[in-house]
Design a protein around this ligand. Sequence first.
Ligand SMILES: C[S@@+](CC[C@H](N)C(=O)[O-])C[C@H]1O[C@@H](n2cnc3c(N)ncnc32)[C@H](O)[C@@H]1O
Length: 374
Amino acid sequence: MPRTSRPTDYYLHTLPGIEGIAWEEVQEQVDAAELQGFKVVPGRNGILLFSTLADPAVLTRVRTGEDLFWTMARVPEVPWGREGLSMMSDRLMQELSVNHGLNLLGSLRPMPSSKPVTFRVISRMAGKNQPYRRKELADMVTRVVRHRTRRQWRAVREGEQVELWANLLGRELLLGMRLSDETMRHRSYQQVHLPASLRPSMAAAMVRLTQPAPDDVFLDPLCGTGTILIERGLYGRHGLLVGGDIDQAALMAAQENIGPQHKPRELLLWDAQRLPLADGSVDCVASNLPFGKQLSRPRDLPVLYRGLCAEIARLLSSQGRAVLLTSEIRRLRAALEEQQGLVLRRTYSVSLLGQRATIQIVERSPSYSQEQEV
Ligand SMILES: C[S@@+](CC[C@H](N)C(=O)[O-])C[C@H]1O[C@@H](n2cnc3c(N)ncnc32)[C@H](O)[C@@H]1O
């Protein structure tokens, strides 16, 4: 890895809403990182911008991130309209350099030494409608890169060695070189997928929100293909992992995905409304609850949420925490309110495949702990 004395600017794509959680993970993974800000591409990505001296290979292992980019350029205060397009072009024609990014890429995977380097520009625009299209933004960046590399780099439509992303977000252009490949986002453990499988980076964020401890008993009562349980296993030491599902096919998928790792653990076929676990025996719950469309009979949802919340209220230890993901926010809140001894601590608004959802963090209420001590 080439060492420079100056920190490198990076950004991470996350699922929308978990960029703050990704920042906490980055700070844990690297010694010194400086936050440069957060951005959102509505419905698509959260963006976490930061700088660090750390090796990019470490950053590609940030589990709450989906993709890592080298920040090639940021152009603020872009005027609206075609004037803005010319302004961005002028700035980039003067300043853009690609070499550092190529070194970073070369430190992550072998890059063919033969010329020319092939590249492709992906463009996105969010904010006020512009009188030009995304393609014109991509074409402008392509021309700049050709010019700045003295035509050594060649634009291709597919099979490129280097992927550049031009994001015009409101009045700022953020230009990045993608450093990670698809292995950052798709985990090798996901052998079996089902339609409702959770994105691993969201599962990793939920695991972090449970505040894991090395000896905790961790439960996913609706584990599906096991993504959350596996991310908990990968996070670090645990006491016991417990998961189950009402669907035999989902449970078999979870068994296959988990494989022989992450012991001790138990996977059981069950109804989450009647769990075979002792009162107060669980420290952390994290679960991706079925949304309306995912149940064959959506009208069963209120009953399931109520039954599940009653079980969480019964099972959670006095310092316990539950992290629940759903798009049925009102339904979940109504079910939680019926349970004495639980309080809603915090809500994160997130987005999954363009659908709005929330992560709700639930804890024991202080009065419950006192009652137990009496
Ligand atoms: C949204 S999916 C969870 C997906 C999981 N996080 C993953 O990555 O595969 C919800 C799961 O809840 C299960 N489920 C629905 N009703 C249930 C019930 N009463 N008891 C247990 N599991 C149930 C479904 O079979 C489904 O696998």
